[in-house]
Design a protein around this ligand. Structure first.
Ligand code: ZN
Length: 391
């Protein structure tokens, strides 16, 4: 899924206008960072300081990857980030040899992957005076963090790290304390809307998608480009009205969510099957029996499928949390007419507390997904817990 998002992002360079604080001039390097004027100001200042590690943290889909490329361009450009030279352009496109972008292949970064990053960090830059290593999703990497820690703390002089994290769990405390930190917020609805409209989405539809996206550009993009994804998100949003306090309803909800996730995985599986068929054909044409390296191809497929599933379930859990928040907002807006203010306030406080607990258990489930939890047991338990919390 991330690849899908990223592939289309690369094509967006010319159409994304500055959003958020529309009046403020946005530096060219951070044009793709949408609706984050505060983070962009911090990035611009950070680019002028020479440090060996940065930590960009904030919700998924808030523009951290685009920001990392802008920051990397500022660090690699001979003019400190002019935005116009060949170095800047290649860094912003992600094709500069001294920009190393590391993405987990599975549900989270593995220790072996962390070790190869460490080896890569020791390499000398190829063209610039330094190299920039961007590591995505470090918040998921409980096991790999110790392997990275020492190198991030004391990297080779020509290497700068940019770490990206959706959150900063305690496991990241030590590493975070060694970095210049820049925080990102969910992208405001009006900025998501403007971004979608600039890409040709009809304004009313853009507004609805922006509301459903929970401040995530990656989610907004999938909602407009992938009808099956939009339908699956709707399923997640329908959960609160289906949980009636019974175990049967909770089990049915969990089963259905897993079944539609499996169904969604179908197109990636088809793609993998096609890849294997092509490899088999090529090897037959060469007169070989079987595919050379078949096992490593299949291992990669398994990791990609695992990553897709965890990402998809996280998207779903975020939609579910968003639904609970929206329901609370709707209740507060309509309010029980005629009640005394103290009754209204008591009800409102109880409602807010309930939603906070619901969102908390959903967040806990999302975090557990990166730790190879059994998805079926995890969703069953979550549905039962949420069912018990319904109004
Ligand atoms: Zn430049």
């Amino acid at each position: 899924m991330a690849d899908r998002v990223r592939a289309s992002r690369a094509e967006q360079t010319d159409v994304i206008g500055p959003a958020g604080d529309l009046a403020a001039p946005v530096p060219t390097l951070f044009d793709e960072v949408v609706g984050q004027p505060r983070a962009v100001a911090q990035l611009t200042a950070a680019a002028r300081r020479s440090v060996h590690a940065y930590l960009l943290h904030g919700p998924a889909g808030s523009g951290k990857r685009a920001a990392a490329r802008g920051l990397a361009a500022a660090l690699l450009c001979p003019d400190g980030g002019c935005g116009a030279c060949p170095t800047c352009k290649r860094v912003l496109r992600g094709t500069h040899p001294d920009l190393v972008e590391v993405e987990r292949s599975g549900a989270s970064l593995e220790v072996g992957e962390a070790r190869s990053i460490v080896a890569r960090a020791q390499r000398r830059p190829l063209e610039s005076s330094r190299q920039v290593v961007v590591i995505d999703d470090v918040h998921l990497d409980g096991k790999a963090v110790p392997a990275l820690l020492k190198t991030v703390e004391e990297p080779p002089p020509a290497t700068v790290f940019i770490l990206l994290a959706d959150s900063t769990p305690p496991a990241l405390d030590t590493i975070a304390s060694r970095c210049v930190q820049i925080s990102f917020d969910p992208v405001p609805d009006r900025a998501v809307t403007a971004w979608l409209v600039a890409r040709g989405v009809e304004p009313a539809h853009a507004e609805a998608v922006a509301r459903a996206s929970g401040g995530r550009l990656d989610c907004a993009e999938l909602l407009v480009s992938d009808p099956a994804f939009a339908a699956r998100q709707e399923e997640w949003r329908s959960i609160p009205s289906r949980l009636d306090g019974t175990g049967a309803a909770a089990a049915a909800a969990s089963d259905q969510l897993l079944a539609s996730t499996d169904e969604g995985l179908g197109s990636l599986r088809d793609q993998h099957a096609r890849e294997l068929a092509e490899l088999a054909e090529q090897s037959e044409a060469l007169g070989n029996k079987g595919i050379a390296g078949r096992r490593s191809v299949e291992d990669r497929h398994r990791r990609e499928e695992r990553r897709w599933r965890t990402d998809e379930l996280r998207f779903g859990l975020a939609a579910l949390a968003g639904e609970y928040r929206d329901r609370l907002a709707a209740n507060v807006d309509s309010g029980p007419g005629g009640s005394s203010p103290s009754v209204v306030n008591a009800g409102r406080v109880a409602g807010i507390q309930r939603v906070m607990r619901q969102v908390e258990v959903i967040d806990r489930a999302a975090a557990a997904l990166g730790r190879n939890a059994n998805e079926s047991l995890l969703l069953d338990a979550l549905m039962v817990e949420l069912s018990g919390m319904n109004e």
